[in-house]
Ligand binder design. Structure first.
Ligand SMILES: *[C@@H]1O[C@H](CO)[C@@H](O)[C@H](O)[C@H]1NC(C)=O
Ligand SMILES: *[C@@H]1O[C@H](CO)[C@@H](O)[C@H](O)[C@H]1NC(C)=O
Ligand SMILES: *[C@@H]1O[C@H](CO)[C@@H](O)[C@H](O)[C@H]1NC(C)=O
Ligand SMILES: *[C@@H]1O[C@H](CO)[C@@H](O)[C@H](O)[C@H]1NC(C)=O
Ligand SMILES: *[C@@H]1O[C@H](CO)[C@@H](O)[C@H](O)[C@H]1NC(C)=O
Length: 187
């Protein structure tokens, strides 16, 4: 296993073009896979989930006819394009977006099914993605979700994303969530 690399995610102003994602470049990358070394990258950022207010970044797109009677809003389904930032402040530097779907999938305990991509826009991660598939019981202190793949610098990635609520407004349902991500991918 490669060395542990901690990324502070100070998004530099340097413009970095994404890596070549054409089919020839991808095939070449796979041919050379046996010579590549695994490495571990840690990422840390804040996820801003705004459901209500003037500029929501997560919107409800579906629910069942029984959702409003359910204590867990079972069946409520949202699509999000939530900013990811360096710090918890709303004006903190954006390093990417969380784009995907979350749905209330627990009938007894509130727990979201999370299916989303982190789309990074920062420095050498610009244009690279990580794909998350996990369970998010939002009232637990820590929620562990699987990273099941990635693209760009994160090709064939696997890892774990840990969520911890930083701020939650129970009236508006808006939240700021701290994420620690640890991912194995290739140099
Ligand atoms: C990210 O990549 C896009 C397109 O490749 C480019 O327009 C943009 O300037 C890049 N941004 C950064 C911060 O490197
Ligand atoms: C394959 O990857 C290794 C390690 O990254 C690199 O040193 C080598 O030049 C690559 N070979 C080709 C043909 O790209
Ligand atoms: C919900 O829809 C189903 C299927 O159309 C129907 O059988 C059921 O009675 C409805 N339930 C309520 C609470 O409206
Ligand atoms: C964010 O706003 C606060 C006060 O509103 C300000 O002190 C801070 O410098 C701002 N940060 C950035 C990164 O713009
Ligand atoms: C929580 O949300 C409600 C409804 O949008 C708002 O009136 C209230 O000011 C918010 N509270 C905080 C602490 O932001």
């Amino acid at each position: 296993m490669g060395k542990l690399v901690t990324i502070l995610f100070l998004c530099s102003m340097v413009i970095v073009q994404g890596i070549d994602e054409g089919p020839k470049a991808v095939e070449h990358w796979f041919k050379n896979l046996s010579q590549k070394k695994e490495k571990v990258t840690k990422l840390h950022f804040y996820f801003h989930d705004t459901i209500s207010g003037k500029n929501p970044t997560a919107i409800q797109v579906a629910q069942a006819n029984t959702t409003s009677q359910s204590p867990t809003s079972f069946g409520a389904t949202f699509v999000m394009d939530d900013p990811l930032t360096v710090g918890p402040e709303s004006n903190s530097t954006i390093i990417g977006r969380a784009q995907g779907i979350f749905a209330s999938a627990g009938m007894e305990e509130l727990g979201f099914l999370m299916t989303l991509n982190y789309v990074f826009t920062c420095a050498e991660y610009n244009g690279s993605t990580l794909s998350i598939l996990g369970r998010n019981p939002i009232f637990h202190t820590y929620r562990e979700m699987s990273i099941v793949g990635g693209s760009g610098v994160f090709r064939l990635a696997r890892g774990i994303a840990t969520a911890k609520t930083y701020w939650f407004n129970a009236t508006s349902l808006n939240a700021i969530v701290e994420y620690n991500v640890i991912v194995i991918h290739y140099e």
